[in-house]
Every structure is written in C-alpha cells, then in structure tokens.
Design a protein around this ligand. Structure first.
Ligand code: NAD
Ligand code: G3P
Length: 327
C-alpha cells in the first residue's frame, strides 16, 4: 500500500493537528478546507489562526480548497458534517483508498457510526477509525500522544499506523472498529456529565464514581452493539474517558461545567465551540432503548440537555435507583 501523500478534510482544530502529525511522520499533506479564502489565509500566515493559534504549520502541510488525489484520506469534520462533506466530494476520490475517520460522534436521525456513514456514501473506500486521548493542541505542539487506529486488515492497519507515527504521535493498531467508534462517541456524553458534576460543585468523589459507572454503562453498550469490551481498557476507551472526564481542556467537559453551573445549552455553545456529546447523547439514548440496554447516565444527560430536569433532580434520581451488585 502506497501511503506517501494524504488529504486531510476539515480545517478546524483536529484536522489541522492531524495534518501536523502526518507531516511530522514524513507524509506530504494537503489540508482541505471548504472555504478558499480561509485556505489562502492559512497558507499565507502558515497558521490556523482561528482554531490553533500559535502553531506554525509544518512545511509539508499545504492548505487548499481544491483536493488532489492522495494515497489516503483523513476525515476530520464534526460527526454531523461527515455525510454533507462526503456528498460534496466525488466518490472516486476514495475508491480503493484507506479513509481514516477521526470524528467522535453518532449521526442524528440515522444513529450511524462514522464508518457506517462512509460505507453508505463511498462503499469502495477502506475504513479505518482513529480515536484516543488526544487534544488537538497537544498533538499539534508535538506533545507525546498515543491513539488507537482500528481497521479490518491487520497488515494494512499496521502500515497505516506506521505512516502516521512520528516522534510524538504513536498510533496503536487494533481491529475493533465498532468498539473504538462507540467509545470515542460516548466518552463525549460522559464528559458532559462529569463536567456538570464539577460545575454543580458535587465533589471529586462523585466525579470518580460517575467515571466508573460510565465505564460500566459503556461496556454494556459496546457489548450489545457488537464491539469488544477489551477495547475499553485501551486508549480509545479508558484513555479517552479519563482524559475527557477530568480535564477542562475538553470542550465537552467545559460544556458540562457550564450546564452544572445552571447555564442553558443554547447559551453555552458560543463560548465552548463544538461539544459533540450534545448531539451524540440523544442518539445513544435511542440506541440503548432499541437494544434494551440500561443506560441511566446517557438518559440523565439527555434530560438535562433537553431542559426536562435540572442537575439536582437527575442526581437524586440516580442515587435513589435500587441498590444492585456492581457488574
Ligand atoms: N479538537 C480536538 O482536540 C479533537 C481531538 C480528537 C477528535 N476530535 C474530533 O474531531 C471532530 C472535529 O472536531 P474539531 O475539534 O476539529 O472541530 P472544530 O470546531 O475545531 O472544527 C470543525 C471544522 O470542520 C469544518 N466543517 C464543518 N462542517 C463542514 C463541512 N460540511 N464540510 C467541510 N468542513 C466542515 C469547520 O469549518 C471547521 O473548520 C469532532 O468529531 C471531534 O470530536 C477533536
Ligand atoms: O475537546 P473535546 O471534548 O472534543 O475532546 C477532544 C478529544 O476528543 C480528547 O481526546
């Protein structure tokens, strides 16, 4: 498999960070933005001033609005925008090529994972999913980061991991696409919940209890939806859950903190930016209901986001559930 050139779609923080990582790994990178003026400005400044100010673009990164054919592709737009992006691109851009899906979210309406959207829109692409504890600012600045890269063919996945690995970016190859995608999407919902616990001043003990019960709920969902629970002890599971559920660097966590402090969701987005958990929570609740999985934490987040209950009410509800064995 030739893996010298890569097109990264999405000129936000994650697309720019992954473009930097790929360039540091020795790839020639085009960073594809939808707005030609923004691509030109980024090229002139050699910086993504809006999403990653202060990070000088690697010389192998070429911002552009017109994509050329590359050896492989990385998609890094928000989860709800992946289908729109793919609709606008010619399918032959992807045919027979590795496509790395890096958005962490489930699609509203269809309830689909990112690689299922790709299968719908570009069935001849070869899907890989990348997830794990990784803030764009850390990756772009070359701070040590490790992620999971899952694909169906072990040899191709190892080759792709090697093509993306650099001195500070370490992808571990794996094969459980379903588990990796679900863990990445769901951790955003649980990060909202943990942020809300902090914002409401409920204490560090409550937050740790929540992380542990979130892990158990995630395991039930992953097991039922066809993933492997062993994935959850890895970077895409435990790694990302603990990062996003404890750090105010996470937008989902910050969104939750504001919710916990009593602000309304519609007023928070302008300050925090993209918080994928907001979109994924209702989808996860639907998936849990459809498959009979008990998911009280996802339910609680949906209720708070929808304004159906305040934090105190959902916490009282969770604390008064019948006592049970810890499994
Ligand atoms: N930022 C991080 O630290 C980080 C880390 C890992 C994964 N992710 C995931 O990456 C995804 C993208 O997040 P982000 O942080 O880059 O968001 P962002 O808000 O920083 O940037 C989103 C970018 O997508 C572009 N975009 C939106 N709709 C588009 C469309 N239809 N066509 C083309 N471009 C479009 C926007 O113009 C913007 O440039 C999310 O699913 C997020 O969970 C982010
Ligand atoms: O800022 P967040 O909450 O979207 O989290 C970013 C990454 O997913 C952390 O791994």
């Amino acid at each position: 498999m030739r893996l010298e050139t890569v097109s990264v779609f999405g000129g936000g923080s994650w697309g720019t960070a992954l473009a930097q990582a790929a360039a540091m790994a020795g790839r020639q990178v085009e960073l594809v933005l939808r707005d030609p003026a923004e691509a030109e400005a980024m090229n002139a400044a050699r910086m993504n001033a809006r999403y990653l100010p202060g990070v000088i673009l690697h010389e192998a990164v070429r911002p552009t609005a017109t994509s050329q054919a590359a050896d492989f592709v990385i998609l890094a737009v928000p989860a709800q925008a992946t289908r729109t992006l793919l609709t606008a691109l010619p399918p032959d851009l992807f045919a027979g090529k590795p496509v790395v899906l890096s958005a962490k979210g489930l699609e509203t309406g269809t309830l689909l994972r990112q690689s299922e959207i790709l299968r719908d829109m570009a069935p001849e692409a070869i899907p890989f999913v990348l997830s794990g504890p990784s803030f764009a600012a850390d990756v772009a600045a070359g701070r040590p980061t490790a992620v999971t890269l899952a694909g169906d063919d072990p040899s191709d996945t190892s080759d792709l991991a090697t093509a993306l690995a650099g001195p500070s970016f370490r992808p571990y190859a794996a094969d459980d696409r379903i588990g990796v995608e679900l863990a990445g999407a769901l951790k955003n919902v649980y990060a909202l919940a943990c942020g809300a616990v902090e914002g409401a001043g409920l204490g560090a003990s409550a937050r740790s209890a929540l992380i542990a019960r979130a892990f158990a709920e995630l395991a039930r969902l992953v097991r039922t939806l066809g993933g492997s629970t062993s994935t959850l002890t890895g970077l895409a599971g435990l790694g990302d859950l603990t990062l996003s559920c404890t750090s105010a660097q996470s937008r989902n966590y910050r969104f939750g903190m504001a919710l916990g402090a009593g602000r309304r969701p519609e007023d928070i987005t302008a300050d925090v930016g993209l918080a994928e958990g907001m979109w994924t929570a209702p989808v996860a609740r639907q998936l849990a209901r459809d498959t009979g999985v008990d998911a009280p934490l996802v339910d609680a987040v949906v209720q708070v986001l929808a304004g159906e209950a305040d934090i105190a009410t959902v916490v009282a509800g969770l604390m008064s559930r019948p006592l049970k064995r810890e499994d």
